[in-house]
Structure formats: structure tokens, C-alpha cells
Design a protein around this ligand. Sequence first.
Ligand SMILES: [Zn+2]
Length: 140
Amino acid sequence: MTADSTPIPQDIAPETATEDDRPLGVALARGFRRKCPNCGSGPLLRSYLKVNDVCPVCDEELHHHRADDGPAYLTILIVGHLMAPLLLYVFMTWRPEPLVLFTIFAVGCVGLSLYLLPRLKGAVVGFQWSRRMGGFGAST
Ligand SMILES: [Zn+2]
């Protein structure tokens, strides 16, 4: 799987489109890098979480996305499953002072969440674009 900047051909009518004209893995990887799932070079987001209406490089319409709470849910799922066992391991191994433990894990959880949230939003938008969900299926 490569996430190069080669545009995926879009001259296929939606009704004749196959599953492979928008490869899922490429779209997910480009979305996670916060790049347009179609061309891989245009920025997907115009601020921390706002998705560009159209890609400034390839003019692909991106306003059809309906990411909603999906990225936040995935962020909580990943951060929780990483930090909860790590918290137990650190506590059982080193028995740090409670305030030290709290400070380290509070900063770690917030930092990891802020890192993952826009990337997972990009991946969710890439997934929806790849599977032609919602308005993405109507684009030419
Ligand atoms: Zn693009």
C-alpha cells in the first residue's frame, strides 16, 4: 500500500464504479496524513478539524463527509485502550506518587488525543469517500 500523490481516476460514472476505483487503504492512509483522499497532496483540513469544502489541488468535493462523532469515538477507543493498561503497569511496577502519576497520564492522554483526533477524522472522511457514502457517491 502506497499513499503517493497519484490522483485516482474519477472519470468513472458512479453507477459503473467498482470497489477498486477508490482503494480503501490508500484513502485511509491519505486521510490519516490529513491529505485529500483523491490526490494525496491537497490539505484535507483548513483548521484543526474543519474539512475543506473542495480540495485546493484536484477540486474533489469533500463537503459531503459526515464524520460526526466517529473520530472522537475512535480517539477515545484507542487512547483508552493504550493508556489504561499502561497506567496499571506503571502503577504496579514503580508505585509513583499519585500526583506524579496523574500529571504524567493527564498530559499523555490529552496530548495523544489531540494528535489522533484530526488524523482519525481524516481517515473517517477518507473511508466515506472511498466507499462512496452519502454525497460522495453522487460526485462525478
Ligand atoms: Zn485533492
